[in-house]
Design a protein around this ligand. Structure first.
Ligand code: MG
Length: 505
C-alpha cells in the first residue's frame, strides 16, 4: 500500500500544480489581461483543463486505489490510517470516481452549451427578454439531468448536483434548515418594514473618494492579519478570491465612489476567504486537502468576517473615528449610531447581491426551491418566470417589474451551476454557529474588536477551521468545532437580537 499511496500523492500534487497554473491564467484574465488576448487565453486554459482531467481519470489510478483498499463499495480510507491519510484517500478516490462516471462527450457538450448559454443570457438580461435565454436554459437543464444520472443519487436528483458544491450535503436536510429559517425571517422582515424610515441609508451614497477607500481597505487587510507577502489585492468587475499556490492567494475588490460598501465589505468578505486559503495546515500543503472543505464552509469564513465582525457595532466603534477622518466631507455631520444603522439598513429588494443580512437568505431560498423543481421536472422552463415572481411576492413581499430584475438576474443558471445557491445560506448558518463557539472561548472578543484587535478572531478560525482544510467534511467539522450539528437557531437568534435592537422591535 505504501508505494501505491506514494504514487497517488505524487499524481495528486501534479494535478494541484496544474490547477494552480490554470487559476493563474484565470486570475490574470479577470484583472490585467488585454482584451484581445481572450481567444488564446481560452485555448490555454482549456488545454490545461484537459490535462488535469486526463490525470484525474487515468485508468491505472483504479489499481492504485484498490491497493490502498478503496473500491466502489469501500470508498473511505482504511480505518487504521490517521485522519489526514484517510481523508486524502477518500477525497482523491471521490474525485476519480465522479469524473470517470461522466462520458467525455457529455463534458464537452456541457462546456460548449454553458458558454453559448452565458452569452445569450447576457443579451437576454440586457433586454429583459427571457425568451432569448429560455432555449439554452432548457438545453442546459437536460444536460444537467443526464450529468446527475451519471453521478447517481440515493434520494433525489438535486443531491447529485448539490454534492459538487457542498459535498456530502443532502437536499432533504437542507430543505428542513431553510424552512425553519424562512419561518423566522418572513415575520421578522414584516416587522422591520413597518418600522423602517425612508432615507435611512442615504448617507452611504455620498461621495467617498476611491483613493481613500483604497487606503482604508489596506488598513483593514492589515488589521485582519492578511499577509501581503503571501497574497495581494487587485480590482475586478466581480470580486473573487483565488489560490495560485500555498503561499499565493489573490483577492479582488471593486470601487464605486458613491457606494463604498461594495469595496469595504467586499474587501472584508474576500479577505475572509483568503485567510481560510492561507491558513491550511502545513501537512496538507500541495495536496487536494489544502482546499476549503465545502463552498458553504468557505462562505462561512467570508460572511463571518463581513457581517458578524465587519457590520457589528463593536467594529465601527473601533474603526469609525479613522473612517470619519478619511471621509470628513461626507461624514462630518454623521454620528456613529446613524452610520451603523445606515450600513445595516434592511429593505426588501429585488437584487440578491445587494441584499441585507435579513433578506439575503430569502433570495437564496427562492432560488433553491425553483432550481430543485426544475431539475425534478416539477416546474417547466416555460413557467419559471411566473413562479419566480409569485415566490418573490411570498418571501419578500415585492415583485420584479421585469425579468431582468427577476429570473434573469444571476449568472449561475447560465453557467449550469444548479446546486450552488444553497451554499451561500449554509455559509451564513455555519458562520453564526462558529461565531457563537468563538465567543464562548473568548468572552471579551467584542471588546477586542472595539479596540481594533482582530487577530484573536483570525487565530481562532485558523486553529479550529482553516488548519483542517478538507480533512473533515462540513457536517463533521461543525460537529467537531461546535459540539453540535448545524442548527439554524444560531443565525436566527443573532439576527433577531441585532435587528430587534436596530429597529426597536
Ligand atoms: Mg464569497
Amino acid at each position: 500500500m505504501k508505494k501505491a499511496l506514494q504514487e497517488l500523492k505524487k499524481r495528486d500534487s501534479e494535478i494541484m500544480l496544474l490547477n494552480h497554473a490554470a487559476e493563474t491564467l484565470r486570475w490574470d484574465q479577470e484583472t490585467y489581461m488585454p482584451p484581445k488576448a481572450l481567444p488564446q487565453r481560452a485555448d490555454q486554459i482549456s488545454l490545461l483543463q484537459g490535462m488535469i482531467h486526463e490525470k484525474v481519470v487515468e485508468k491505472s489510478n483504479a489499481g492504485l486505489f484498490a491497493e490502498c483498499g478503496l473500491t466502489a463499495t469501500t470508498p473511505n480510507g482504511p480505518a487504521e490510517s490517521d485522519d489526514i491519510e484517510r481523508a486524502f484517500l477518500r477525497e482523491s478516490f471521490k474525485r476519480f470516481s465522479k469524473q470517470t462516471k461522466v462520458p467525455k462527450t457529455l463534458v464537452t457538450e456541457l462546456a460548449h452549451t454553458q458558454s453559448i448559454a452565458q452569452a445569450n443570457w447576457i443579451e437576454a438580461k440586457k433586454t429583459a427578454d427571457y425568451n432569448k435565454f429560455k432555449p439554452y436554459l432548457s438545453k442546459l437543464l437536460g444536460l444537467l439531468q443526464q450529468y446527475a444520472e451519471c453521478m447517481g443519487y440515493e434520494d433525489e436528483i438535486y443531491d447529485a448536483l448539490l454534492d459538487d458544491y457542498e459535498p456530502y450535503a443532502k437536499t432533504k436536510e437542507t430543505e428542513k434548515l431553510f424552512d425553519s429559517l424562512k419561518d423566522s425571517l418572513v415575520p421578522l422582515l414584516a416587522k422591520i418594514v413597518e418600522k423602517r424610515k425612508s432615507g435611512e441609508s442615504d448617507i452611504i451614497q455620498r461621495s467617498f473618494p476611491v483613493a481613500k477607500q483604497e487606503e482604508f481597505n489596506n488598513q483593514l487587510l492589515a488589521a485582519m492579519g492578511f499577509d501581503l507577502s503571501r497574497g495581494r489585492m487587485d480590482v475586478s468587475a466581480h470580486p473573487f478570491t483565488t489560490t495560485l499556490g500555498g503561499h499565493d492567494v489573490r483577492l479582488t475588490t471593486r470601487y464605486n465612489e458613491h457606494f463604498f460598501p461594495s469595496s469595504v465589505f467586499g474587501t472584508i468578505h474576500e479577505a475572509g476567504h483568503g485567510l481560510y486559503e492561507l491558513g491550511m495546515g502545513e501537512k496538507l500543503s500541495g495536496s487536494l486537502l489544502a482546499n476549503g472543505t465545502s463552498l458553504g464552509i468557505h462562505e462561512s469564513q467570508s460572511r463571518l468576517w463581513e457581517n458578524l465582525v465587519g457590520r457589528s457595532r463593536a467594529f465601527w466603534e473601533g474603526f469609525y473615528p479613522g473612517f470619519k477622518s478619511l471621509f470628513h466631507d461626507a461624514l462630518n455631520d454623521v454620528p456613529l449610531d446613524d452610520f451603523y444603522h445606515a450600513v445595516n439598513s434592511v429593505s426588501p429588494s429585488l437584487i440578491r447581491v445587494e441584499a441585507d443580512e435579513v433578506t439575503y437568505n430569502l433570495h437564496i431560498i427562492l432560488r433553491f426551491n425553483l432550481e430543485r423543481k426544475l431539475l425534478s421536472q416539477d416546474l417547466s422552463v416555460d413557467d419559471l418566470p411566473e413562479a419566480w415572481n409569485i415566490m418573490s411576492k411570498e418571501l419578500l413581499g415585492i415583485m420584479p417589474a421585469n425579468d431582468s430584475e427577476g429570473v434573469l438576474q444571476d449568472v449561475h443558471w447560465s453557467m449550469g451551476a444548479l446546486g450552488y445557491f444553497p451554499t451561500y445560506t449554509l455559509g451564513n448558518l455555519y458562520g453564526s454557529q462558529f461565531y457563537d463557539t468563538m465567543k464562548q472561548a473568548h468572552p471579551d472578543i467584542e471588546k477586542q474588536i472595539k479596540n481594533k484587535n482582530l487577530l484573536t478572531v483570525k487565530q481562532w478560525l485558523a486553529d479550529n477551521i482553516h488548519v483542517h482544510g478538507s480533512v473533515y467534511p462540513a457536517g463533521e467539522l461543525v460537529q467537531r468545532v461546535t459540539g453540535k450539528p448545524l442548527d439554524p437557531q444560531y443565525f436566527t437568534r443573532y439576527i433577531t437580537a441585532k435587528y430587534g435592537a436596530l429597529y426597536d422591535l
